[in-house]
Design a protein around this ligand. Structure first.
Ligand SMILES: NC(=O)c1ccc[n+]([C@@H]2O[C@H](COP(=O)([O-])OP(=O)(O)OC[C@H]3O[C@@H](n4cnc5c(N)ncnc54)[C@H](O)[C@@H]3O)[C@@H](O)[C@H]2O)c1
Ligand SMILES: O=c1ccn([C@@H]2O[C@H](COP(=O)(O)OP(=O)(O)O[C@H]3OC[C@@H](O)[C@H](O)[C@H]3O)[C@@H](O)[C@H]2O)c(=O)[nH]1
Length: 339
């Protein structure tokens, strides 16, 4: 195998049993962070294919076994309590490496641990990929563009990130994770895939996750004021989780290393988002302006030309269609029935 001028040893041969006609699964897939939000939806999709065997490794920092309860005990499913900052010895064909707290309140809670998860965790997963010859996909983030000076963001934009700010543990952590992916690819011939995920929402987000869509829906259902952080003109582009999972799986199965932006280009200010939630869920709810946190990016919108061209992917679910699906799930979990 040779890539970018480097020659590497081929990966070790899998056990002869893997080719046996009696073996039920063809592909063994590790999902790190599989008990989380996007992650558990991905597990659901992977488990639908009877040829897949899925192993989830999660330390339950922001994820929960509840998200995987329908698979626990299934013969093609395994759940391991494991922190990716420690090495993991498993035999797999593919690794979806998602483990990392994603909500700013959680990734800022223990920033040193967030960096370790991104750097040591990604190194460990790349070491595993190298040992067993697995293809590895990293879920990077639109936060690698920081407070972007280019709009919408294309993959060729290098970003505008504060290296010493309170968000850096995540932003810079993911940037180093991308660097490690490329260095393992160039130096060791590892098959890599990098997705740059933009804000994703949907059922199963933690109710007290702290991210804006889950906050607004939970607040509307509890009859509390929607907290728009100032100035409220900052923008985000929200992708429904089923579209995201579809994009990630296409990236893994395709032949492009990435990085590739995966997100929905529909762009909204936070005031517009609050007004939409108010209109759809609770027309008499109050909207109040509150203080923001440092380094909040002022605008964010993916340019998804590359995903359209090389993955044949684009999102299908509009914000106004996705919000009611999330509302339904939040109503069930909060015990607030629709009148
Ligand atoms: N949701 C988004 O809008 C978004 C946007 C950009 C990137 N991403 C990326 O997608 C991935 C999943 O995000 P999510 O929204 O589902 O987040 P989440 O917090 O719901 O899920 C993350 C999972 O990783 C686990 N985890 C955290 N640290 C770990 C560690 N050290 N070892 C093992 N497991 C660990 C958590 O317990 C959780 O189950 C993350 O890598 C995140 O950075 C998400
Ligand atoms: O209650 C709230 C929460 C958040 N916000 C605003 O909503 C916007 C989005 O904030 P979120 O916390 O949902 O998410 P952010 O876009 O800041 O970060 C996200 O970016 C992409 C991913 O990598 C992560 O999921 C997360 O870091 C920010 O401008 C924030 O100021 C509110 O107005 N009110």
């Amino acid at each position: 195998m040779a890539t970018n001028g480097t020659t590497t040893k081929p990966p070790p041969m899998p056990s002869p049993l893997r080719n046996s006609k009696f073996l039920q699964s063809n592909t063994r897939i590790l999902v790190t962070g599989g008990a989380g939000f996007i992650d558990s939806h991905l597990v659901d999709r992977l488990m639908q294919n009877e040829k897949n065997e899925v192993i989830v490794a999660d330390n339950y920092f922001t994820g929960t076994k509840d998200n995987l309860k329908k698979w626990i005990g299934h013969p093609r499913f395994e759940l391991i309590r494991h922190d990716v900052t420690e090495p993991l010895m498993v035999e797999v064909d593919q690794i979806y490496h998602l483990a990392c707290p994603a909500s700013p309140i959680f990734y800022k809670y223990n920033p040193v641990k967030t960096i370790k998860t991104n750097v040591i965790g990604t190194l460990n997963m790349l070491g595993l990929a190298k040992r067993v010859g697995a293809r590895i996909l990293l879920t990077s983030t639109s936060e690698v563009y920081g407070d972007p000076l280019v709009h919408p963001q294309t993959e060729s934009y290098w970003g505008n990130v504060n290296p010493i700010g309170v968000r850096s543990c995540y932003d810079e952590g993911k940037r180093v994770a991308e660097t490690l992916m490329y260095d393992y690819h160039r130096q060791h011939g590892i098959e890599i895939r990098i997705a740059r995920i933009f804000n994703t929402y949907g059922p199963r987000m933690n109710i007290d996750d702290g991210r804006v869509v889950s906050n607004f829906i939970a607040q509307a259902l509890r009859g509390e004021a929607l907290t728009v952080q100032k100035p409220g003109t900052q923008t985000r582009s929200f992708c429904y989780v089923s579209d995201m999972v579809d994009g990630l799986m296409r990236l893994m199965e395709g032949d492009q290393t990435g990085p590739i932006n995966i997100g929905n280009p529909g762009e909204f200010t936070m005031v517009e988002l609050a007004e939409t939630v108010k209109e759809l869920i609770k027309p008499d709810v109050e909207i109040k302006m509150v203080e923001n946190t440092p380094d909040d990016p002022r605008q964010r919108k993916p340019d998804i030309s590359k995903a359209k061209e090389v993955l044949g992917w684009e999102p299908k679910v509009k914000l106004r269609e996705g919000l009611p699906l999330m509302e339904e799930d939040f109503r069930l979990r909060l015990g607030v029935l629709k009148k």
